[in-house]
Every structure is written in structure tokens, then in C-alpha cells.
Design a protein around this ligand. Structure first.
Ligand code: B1M
Length: 213
């Protein structure tokens, strides 16, 4: 197998044996983010496909997630850092009912490496906690992540609850089940402030930068 195929297969197989030396080798060829967005994400997509076809069980997907997390934490110190002064404060949460956090945590790494102070509220975060934290922390933006189809609807509910609470800071949304169109037609009308859709973590950074300008 080529290096790229081996990297994808660690994720698919949920195995860490040989992972670190291969990640080290990959850093000689690619940037840390290219390794994540390329072979590691390709592995995760394959996991999603196999899971969909019932060829993997949840326990196996969890092992794949572990490999992804271990890879991201190994690669994190190698990611580009922009040591500027604090650009803004962003609250991050995976919405209520959803445990997927790899994407959200990647967003956290990329934003915090680029001058943002991040308050990461974790997974399955109900609107009440987001509202509470908003009042305490007074963030410049709220980032919501969700991968399940029902999480897209949960983002609508969250936006409605935030609006009722009188909050109108910009919201950044992202995650596999979401689309730009859903964001524009379903979430945006429910909210007083801006609602922006990020297709990936780098897009999230670009949008955050635009917001802070
Ligand atoms: Co789950 N899962 N999962 N899962 N899982 C999906 C999402 C699924 C598509 C798999 C499938 O069936 N093909 C499917 C959803 C179906 C649907 O609703 N349409 C699914 C399902 C069904 C489930 C369960 C219901 C399974 C079950 O229990 N029967 C269950 C749900 C539990 C719950 O949430 N209540 C479940 C559980 C799990 C695990 C716990 C085993 C594990 C998660 C571990 C963890 O996160 N700690 C897991 C995993 C790993 C996946 C897949 C395989 C991979 C997700 C991932 O980490 N991708 C996934 C299939 C897939 O996506 N291919 C799947 C890598 C990550 C870097 O990408 O999170 O998309 P992603 O983030 C991207 C962008 O989306 C974006 O940036 C990132 C890239 O730069 N982004 C943002 C994300 N958030 C953002 C926020 C932003 C900006 C950008 O700003 C705020």
C-alpha cells in the first residue's frame, strides 16, 4: 500500500499500529491539515460508507474515531499557528442529541491556532446551556456543529431559542447533514443575527475572519 492508502486504512481498520511513523513520514510530504483533509478524511468517508451498508458496527466506528482523534492530536503541534493578538471569542458546541465531535474539535484547533479564544461546550449541548454560556462569556460568535439529519432541525430550534433569549450574535453552522440551502431557508429566518454556513473547518476560519473584520 502507498503511504496515503496506509493512512486511510488505519482509520478504516481502527488500528493504531504503525500509525505514528506513517504520520511522521506524511509530514515530510504534506502539511498537517493536508494529511487530515486528504487520506484521513478519505478513511472516515469509507467508514461512513461501510457503516451505512451495515458492514461496520458502532463499536468499530468508535475505534476509527479513536484513530482519527489520535492522528489529529499528533498532528496538532505541526499545524500552522498565527500568533496574532486575540481576534475574538467563539463559543462552540455540538447540538443537543448529537455526540459527533471530531469535526467540531478540528474547528476548535484551527480557530484557536489562528487567534481565537474558544469556549468549547462539548457534545449534546442543549440550547439552555448555550444561552447561559452566551450570557456569561459574551462571545463574538456561536459555532454549532451537528452530523445527524435531526441535528440540522436541532439547529433551527437552537436558533429559535437563542432569538427568544434576545441573543443575536452571529452563528456559524457546520456538519455533514447540513447544507448552505438549509441554512439559508430554514435556520436564517428563525434568527435575528447573521447565520453563516461553513463547509469545513478552514471555511469556518475564513468566515470567522470576515465576521471580525
Ligand atoms: Co456516526 N453517523 N452515528 N458515529 N458517524 C454518521 C454521521 C453517519 C452519516 C454514518 C452513516 O450512516 N453513513 C450517520 C448519520 C445519518 C444521518 O443522520 N443522516 C451516523 C449515525 C447514524 C450514527 C448513530 C445514530 C449510530 C447508532 O448509534 N446507531 C450514532 C449517533 C449518536 C448520537 O449522536 N446521538 C453515531 C455514533 C457515532 C460514533 C460515536 C461511533 C462516532 C463518533 C465519534 C466522535 O465524534 N467522537 C461516529 C462516526 C465517527 C461517524 C462517521 C463515520 C464519521 C464522522 C467524522 O468524525 N468525520 C460519520 C460518517 C461520515 O461523516 N462519513 C457518521 C470526520 C470529521 C472531521 O468530519 O465531523 O463532518 P465532520 O466535520 C467536517 C465538516 O462537517 C465541518 O468541518 C469538518 C472538516 O473540516 N464541520 C464544521 C463540522 N462541524 C463544523 C462546525 C463549524 C464549521 C465546520 O462551525 C461551527
Amino acid at each position: 500500500l502507498s503511504l496515503e492508502e496506509r493512512l486511510a486504512s488505519y482509520v478504516v481498520e481502527g488500528s493504531k499500529e504503525g500509525l505514528i511513523p506513517d504520520l511522521e513520514e506524511a509530514l515530510g510530504k504534506y502539511t498537517a491539515l493536508e494529511v487530515i483533509n486528504g487520506p484521513l478524511m478519505a478513511g472516515m468517508e469509507e467508514v461512513g460508507r461501510l457503516f451505512n451498508k451495515n458492514e461496520l458496527i458502532v463499536a468499530e466506528v468508535l475505534q476509527s474515531a479513536e484513530v482519527m482523534k489520535a492522528s489529529v492530536s499528533f498532528l496538532e503541534p505541526h499545524m500552522e499557528k498565527n500568533e496574532s493578538s486575540v481576534k475574538g471569542k467563539i463559543l462552540l458546541a455540538t447540538v443537543k442529541g448529537d455526540v459527533h465531535d471530531i469535526g467540531k474539535n478540528l474547528v476548535e484547533i484551527i480557530l484557536s491556532n489562528n487567534g481565537y479564544k474558544i469556549i468549547n461546550l462539548g457534545i449534546k449541548v442543549p440550547p439552555e446551556r448555550i444561552i447561559e454560556s452566551c450570557r456569561e462569556e459574551k462571545p463574538d460568535a456561536i459555532g454549532l456543529s451537528g452530523l445527524l439529519v435531526k441535528s440540522a432541525q436541532q439547529m433551527v430550534t437552537t436558533a429559535q431559542d437563542l432569538r427568544t433569549a434576545g441573543i443575536d450574535v452571529p452563528i456559524l453552522v457546520g456538519g455533514a447533514a447540513l447544507t448552505r440551502k438549509f441554512t439559508r431557508t430554514r435556520i436564517r429566518p428563525e434568527y435575528e443575527g447573521m447565520v453563516l454556513y461553513a463547509k469545513d473547518a478552514m471555511d469556518g476560519l475564513d468566515l470567522a475572519n470576515q465576521l471580525m473584520d
